[in-house]
Design a protein around this ligand. Structure first.
Ligand code: 5AD
Ligand code: SF4
Length: 431
């Protein structure tokens, strides 16, 4: 019998990428194979992102392009999963009735019932208090590095952010399940794990907090590198910095979203730290781990951001000198507190501010990378790039193009010959 086929398109963050791996895991156990074009599929899944207007627009245009496929193949099922599915639920189904099912991030497990025709409704967006205890099968994209969920949802209610409404309340996964999953990954030959959560620092299962969880993961055989995203600055503790310093598998990189340099804006964002407190934590990290790479997220054009507030973000970037940033124009999201604030900033000003931030950061990143010329970096080989070059990442998460042909999964020392804004290159040196 011909196997059934699934096409999946993922928008947004690593959490969504991993949710797609979990949906493919469920479908894989039912004999589905993944295909690269919607027209070859029996099921098309859009795993959506609602964080900014642009991400939602991208989903709507992709969805529009598959509508006609139902005419040729009336059996085709279209499933919309992820954060927009959760937020828009019934509205989406009413507007676009050719969608068959809507599945929020807490309800991925229902895919199994859907393909077996064992469901009586089309919308699955109820809060699922058990989400952290459900261990779904995973079909991973990569065979060197793996994502592992440790905490679901978010309780922080930053005023610009829809995530607490799409992914629900914070729920930590049980420590034994996490350790079991990572141990298996180690046995299967995976070299790197990235622990995932909206705010990994607030992980808690019984007496195990995030630093203690990291200590446990450090001891797992086969795993050579540990990463985690994302950390909320308010919850970054000295205890975590000590563990990062003392344990050799934990990579020298942290993604610590600052969002803005002005205390007035940070307060309006409900970030619960001041710029000075944030900067102090940067100093802890750099004192303990001098070579650490620090990356961040910045939002420009938040409501009421005056020129002098924006200037503080610019000054923060100059003072901290991140290794890289993701910068975004503020995008008002329905239902969030920031969308209702007075003093929205014009699109023109937002664009000008974004350009200024990116230009400044590009110069900083380029200069920081330049300092690595002639230095030796430990690189975990991940595979080949489009030009056929071997590529991997440093412990500080910088992409490296290697001149020699090396197998994925090897850890090698590379002497950096050339640096670019977004990558490094060089060749292995004998150890
Ligand atoms: N507008 C712009 N950027 C946003 N982010 C989250 N919500 C919004 C929004 N409404 C950014 C933040 C966050 C990152 C994942 O996305 O910088 O850290
Ligand atoms: Fe959104 Fe803030 Fe939670 Fe991050 S910590 S997911 S920005 S509410």
């Amino acid at each position: 019998m011909k196997g059934r086929a699934v096409y999946i398109k993922t928008f947004g963050c690593q959490m969504n990428e991993h949710d797609s791996e979990r949906m493919l895991g469920i479908l894989g156990t039912k004999g589905f194979i993944e295909v690269d074009e919607p027209k070859k599929a029996d099921i098309v899944i859009f795993n959506t992102c609602a964080i900014r207007h642009k991400a939602e627009q991208k989903f709507f245009s992709s969805l529009g392009r598959v509508k006609h496929l139902k005419k040729k193949n009336p059996q085709l099922k279209i499933i919309v999963a992820g954060c927009s599915a959760q937020l828009q639920g019934e509205k989406l189904l009413n507007k676009l009735p050719y969608i068959d099912y809507i599945i929020g991030p807490d309800n991925l497990h229902v895919i199994e019932n859907i393909i077996e025709n064992q469901v009586s409704h089309r919308i699955f967006t109820d809060e699922n208090p058990e989400v952290a205890n459900i261990n779904l099968p995973v079909k991973r994209k990569d065979c060197v590095k793996a994502w592992v969920n440790i905490i679901y949802g978010c309780n922080n209610y930053c005023t610009y952010c829809v995530v607490p409404y799409t992914r629900g309340k914070e729920r930590s996964r049980c420590v034994d399940d996490i350790i079991k999953e990572i141990s298996l990954l180690g046995e299967q030959g995976y070299k790197e794990v990235t622990l995932l959560g909206q705010n990994v620092n607030s992980y808690k299962d019984g007496n195990t907090n995030f630093p203690l969880l990291l200590e446990k993961v450090e001891k797992i055989e086969g795993i050579k590198r540990i990463r985690f995203i994302t950390s909320h600055p308010k919850d970054l503790s000295k205890e975590l910095v000590d563990v990062m310093k003392d344990y050799k598998k934990i990579c020298e990189h942290i993604h610590l979203p600052l969002q803005a340099g002005s205390n007035k804006i940070l307060k309006l964002m409900n970030r619960k730290y001041t710029y000075e407190e944030y900067f102090e934590k940067i100093c802890w990290l750099r004192e303990a781990i001098p070579d650490i790479a620090i990356t961040s997220d910045i939002i420009v054009g938040f409501p009421q951001e005056q020129d002098e507030d924006f200037e503080k973000t610019i000054n923060a970037l100059k003072e901290i000198r991140f290794d890289g940033i993701f910068a975004f124009k503020f995008s008002p999201r329905l239902g969030t507190a920031a969308a209702k604030l007075d003093g929205h900033i014009s699109e023109e000003v937002k664009t000008a501010r974004l350009i200024e931030v990116l230009k400044l950061q590009d110069e900083i990143t380029e200069r920081k990378n330049k300092r690595l010329e002639g230095k030796i970096q430990e690189v975990l080989v991940e595979g080949k790039d489009e030009e056929g070059f071997t590529t991997g990442r440093t412990r500080t998460n910088k992409v490296v193009k290697i001149y020699s042909d090396i197998k994925a999964g090897e850890i090698v020392n590379v002497k950096i010959a050339k640096t670019h804004r977004h990558s490094l290159e060089g060749d292995i040196i004998s150890t």
